[in-house]
Design a protein around this ligand. Structure first.
Ligand code: ATP
Ligand code: MG
Length: 982
């Protein structure tokens, strides 16, 4: 077995392997003839090739390995070999993809391979195609539209203008693999057209041992020599081509013939000392070039100088020296690793190619995928990954299609998988691995170690973890020079960045698992040592490294800290993730009472972020687990917190009775132990439960108790809740008072709550209060003021993911908008509240949400839907014992019935009476007043004037008393319309 691309990766390892296989067959042909002759044996060899990842055995260090490659890739190669006829070379599809542009291949069909579900396509390798450049190979798949190279082309033109006038110029086109050097000169050539003679030679990555390779190519082109030309033909073409140099032709011919591997016709050439001969050859080529350029301007392109061998390099030195008097434009392309040894001249141009701009990048991706439009997030993601490198852009695009990550239907693109799962394409990986592998050992280690730290890495850290201390500075300098990394000069400490994110990915991927783990653990420890006072800002980083380094106790510690910080900033999804991470890590540590206690604390800490996100069920799970642990350990204080959570949980689930029972239990325990926190948290949700049950006065009492308990220095404490309990009870109590019609009292409570929330600068609590304030204003009949508050408050809820309060804010916002005549906007808002709550599995206030939707439909004149919605609301109210909402839903049904058929009052009357009964029982004065308006209006239409008068008078008196002026006006208008007066 022979391995290519290991231990040193090459970007063209597959081509090398195919060349080697063909050369072996070629060499064996002679041996075969000999065996046939001497032994009468027909000897032929078959070969199989495949490309992919292999696992190599027992690793010493990166360069000294025990080479046994195992795995799928080698199995498939063996299968290809078995398939081959004697004397044949068979490659699998993975290799075919890479070598197809460069070799003639014959498809053999598909075959099954052990352990692989998909059959593999096989191809026989015939021979190399004659001279294909890499860009031409890509061009056969179609070139992307050229983007962003106007300036570069203009500069080439300028240089050409000078050269054409007889002042030879040299342009160095410099840039990373794939940045577009070849493409640029290709485009330039198209623009020049036939006005010049274009000569071109490439260096190849495996050509270092063939002297003058690119020069030979140039000459072949000058002379028009084809690969199949016989020797005599070649000699003739050389002589003809040399006519331009005139009398000296005969003297130069032997050297050029020698170079082109035909008999020089002069035995002296072969006898010359090699160095001398090289000099003569160069002279000959230069003379030829000079003569040609006098006839017609020449553009000579040498591609890929980073792979050039010394002979050609010497030739270039000489050419460059004699250039000033020649009409020659010399174009040289190379990657940044190469340092041109030609000094500095006035006729030099350096043309460094920059990455293409983001919108240009997106154009390339679109063209590659053949799609008119691209989902914007996918487009930017690809653009970001490839960082403006056209080759990477094309390859990532192709890989996405191949891997099925995107689908194309009717010219439109769909992302099939999460866009975040984009992997580095093989081709790009090959380029980058080759680049990394060609580095010196110290530099390679440095790049690998740095890749574990991150895209950005501080020198301080690298120094602490590097295995190549003595070479570190030198390595970094060299890596900077070849532009693999650059120094970030902005920060206060010395810091470097990988110039390309993909380089970091590939370097990281080149490390074995165990090695990564070791480095991550070391880096985590190094961060702790290096920044002792500043660990707080680095917790996420520490979590990252210790997780990958599998240092579980540290993961628990830092994930917990980071989670706490995230929760404090309301980045709840991240906070939950981090807590989960900490729990996972904890599970890997040995069982101990201390760890169990940590497990309880972590779970209890998840209460606020999960609650705010409306994720009730996972929260319940976590608390159940905590309960089991706490019971086992006999941790009473934790159990207290758990029971206080159950008050909250049952409230949210729409089980106010049970909430109250658990609340009562909390209060008893709090009493027994004189525990303030427990008393406060217990009461807090009892207060809410009372609101749900319609026990508004009791709710207010609980609230006042909490205020009394906290007033003063403890106002701003949270006791594990999402918001400040002080502000929270003010909010609920204001809601209760609004139902009772005490708007002044409600407003006063809101002010109190607001004072504390502002002092604590607590966004969640302030949002809560704002929503209750909006509800209050709406209830009182000030829809415009309500919208002014609810609009921004619900926006904050959306931004910060305050799920529960978003639902509770959307409903009043919807109804307020409807009252302002915007029913079209209001309906989806009211519906959204309901769907949002359905998602969380909570039920509290669902009856209210349906009632609101019904009222919005009523405003829109859609009686059908209004009725359906109110009936649903009524159902929820009964199911969850929410008596207040029961009353309101009856009222809505009364309104529906009254409008539907005013001549048959029985139905409407019945609904209004039921509503009134609730209102009276619970002290809901606004509801009672609304019922009176409803009945009065109903009787008015039936010309039962006296009764109408009676109800409307009560209503107006009540409205006036409660300062509900909007509704007062409405009631008055009704009276006027009926021709009555007060
Ligand atoms: N400005 C551009 N606009 C559109 N496509 C481009 C542009 N530049 C390069 N490409 C495409 O990107 C791919 C790589 O370009 P090219 O072969 O010129 O890179 P290179 O710099 O010569 O790389 P290498 O160092 O490997 O030779 C090609 O398919 C090319 O068509
Ligand atoms: Mg190129």
């Amino acid at each position: 077995m022979a391995l290519f691309g290991a231990p040193i990766a090459h970007e063209d390892h597959a081509q090398r392997a195919a060349h080697a296989a063909l050369d072996m067959q070629h060499a064996l042909a002679g041996y075969r003839a000999e065996l046939e002759r001497t032994r009468g044996v027909d000897f032929r060899m078959r070969m199989g090739l495949n490309t992919g990842l292999v696992v190599v055995g027992a690793v010493g260090d990166n360069l000294r390995m025990d080479y046994t490659a195992v795995g799928d890739t080698t199995n498939t190669a063996a299968r290809m070999q078995q398939l081959a006829e004697p004397g044949q070379i068979v490659v699998a599809s993975a290799t075919e993809r890479l070598i197809a542009p460069y070799f003639e291949l014959e498809p053999l069909g598909t075959f099954t391979v052990k352990n692989r579900t998909q059959p593999v396509a096989a191809y026989a390798v015939r021979q190399p195609k004659s001279h294909v450049t890499r860009l031409a190979a890509r061009a056969s798949q179609g070139l992307s539209p050229l983007v962003g190279r106007d300036e570069a082309l203009a500069m080439l033109n300028q240089a050409f203008t000078a050269a054409r006038a007889g002042r030879g110029q040299v342009v160095f086109v410099v840039g990373d693999a794939g940045i577009g050097k070849s493409r640029l000169v290709y485009e330039f050539r198209q623009r020049l057209g036939d006005a010049v003679t274009w000569l071109q030679g490439e260096s190849v990555s495996f050509g270092q041992s063939s002297p003058f390779l690119p020069v030979i190519e140039v000459l072949k082109r000058i002379f028009g020599i084809e690969d199949r030309d016989p020797e005599s033909g070649i000699a003739g073409k050389i002589d003809a081509g040399l006519e331009v140099v005139g009398d000296d032709a005969a003297a130069l011919a032997p050297y050029l013939r020698y170079l082109l591997s035909v008999d020089p016709g002069d035995a002296g050439v072969a006898r010359l000392d090699p160095m001398q001969r090289r000099g003569k050859i160069v002279d000959a080529v230069l003379r030829l070039a000079a003569a040609r350029s006098r006839r017609r301007p020449l553009v000579v392109l040498f591609e890929d100088l980073h792979w050039i061998e010394v002979a050609s390099e010497d030739f270039l030195k000489r050419l460059i020296e004699s250039l000033p008097g020649m009409a020659v434009l010399l174009l040289l392309t190379h990657r940044p690793v190469y340092q041109p040894p030609f000094g500095d001249r006035t006729y030099f141009w350096r043309l460094p190619l920059q990455p293409v701009a983001q919108e240009d990048a997106i154009r390339i991706v679109r063209a590659t995928l053949g799609a008119e439009d691209l989902p914007p997030d996918l487009a930017t993601l690809i653009a970001r990954k490839a960082e403006g490198n056209p080759f990477f852009l094309e390859e990532i695009g192709r890989t996405l299609v191949e891997q099925g990550a995107v689908r194309l239907e009717d010219g439109r693109l769909f992302a099939a998988a999460s866009a975040a799962t984009i992997t580095v394409p093989d081709t790009v990986q090959d380029v980058l691995s080759a680049r990394i592998d060609r580095l010196g050992e110290g530099q390679k280690r440095t790049v690998q170690t740095a890749s574990v730290i991150g895209r950005q890495f501080a020198l301080e850290l690298l120094q602490r973890v590097s295995d190549v201390q003595d070479q570190l500075e030198r390595s970094l300098a060299e890596l900077t020079r070849i532009e693999m990394i650059y120094e970030n000069v902005e920060g206060s400490e010395r810091e470097y960045l990988f110039r390309h994110a993909l380089t970091q990915d590939v370097a990281y991927g080149s490390l074995l698992q165990a090695e990564r783990r070791r480095l991550h653990a070391r880096i985590g420890a190094a961060i702790e040592d290096a920044y002792p006072g500043r660990l707080e800002e680095r917790t996420e980083e520490l979590v990252f490294h210790f997780t990958r380094g599998e240092v579980w106790d540290k993961v628990v510690q830092y994930a917990r800290e980071a989670a706490g910080r995230a929760a404090g900033l309301f980045i709840d999804a991240r906070a939950v993730e981090l807590y989960e991470l900490a729990l996972d890590a904890l599970a890997r540590l040995p069982d101990s009472p201390e760890h169990a206690r940590t497990g309880i604390d972590l779970r209890l800490a998840m209460r606020a972020p999960l609650w705010r996100a409306g994720r009730l069920e996972p929260l319940f799970e976590r608390f159940k687990e905590a309960e089991a642990l706490a019971t086992r350990l006999g941790e009473t204080s934790s159990l207290d917190t758990i029971y206080s959570f159950l008050v909250q949980y049952h409230w949210a689930k729409g089980e106010p009775q049970r909430a109250l029972e658990y609340g009562q239990r909390c209060l008893e325990m709090a009493e027994a132990r004189n525990d303030l926190g427990l008393r406060v948290t217990g009461k807090f949700y009892m207060c809410w439960a009372c609101e749900g049950l319609g026990r508004y006065r009791e709710g207010v009492e609980h609230a006042r108790d909490v205020i009394g308990l906290l007033e003063g220095p403890r106002e701003q404490e949270r006791f594990g809740l999402s918001g400040l309990p002080y502000s929270g009870v003010c909010a609920v109590a204001s809601w209760c008072l609004a139902e009772l019609g005490d708007f002044g009292g409600a407003r006063e409570l809101l002010r109190q709550g607001e004072r504390v929330a502002v002092a604590a600068d607590h966004v969640y609590s302030r949002t809560t209060l704002a929503i209750c304030h909006g509800y209050l204003l709406l209830h009182q009949g000030r829809p415009a003021d309500a919208v002014a508050i609810l609009g921004p408050a619900t926006k904050t809820c959306r931004e910060k993911n305050f799920a529960g309060w978003l639902m509770l804010g959307l409903s009043p916002l919807a109804y307020a908008s409807a009252l302002l005549g915007q029913t079209v906007e209001a309906i989806p808002l009211a519906q959204e509240a309901i769907t949002a709550q359905e998602k969380t599995g909570a039920f509290v206030n669902r009856a209210y949400m349906h009632m609101t939707l019904a009222r919005v439909y009523l405003e829109a004149g859609d009686l059908e839907r209004a009725e359906a919605s109110a009936r649903t609301g009524l159902g929820f109210a009964d199911q969850h014992a929410e008596r207040g909402w029961r009353g309101w839903n009856h009222w809505v049904l009364g309104e529906v019935a009254a409008r539907r058929d005013p001549r048959d009052p029985a139905q409407a009357e019945d609904q209004y009476h039921q509503a009134t009964r609730v209102a009276t029982e619970l002290g809901m004065r606004p509801l009672a007043a609304h019922c009176h308006v409803g009945l009065g209006t109903l009787y008015g239409r039936l010309t039962r004037q006296r009764k109408a008068q009676e109800h409307l008078t009560i209503a107006t008196t009540m409205f006036r008393g409660m300062d509900m002026l909007f509704w007062l006006e409405k009631a008055r208008a009704t009276i006027t319309a009926m021709g009555g007066h007060l």
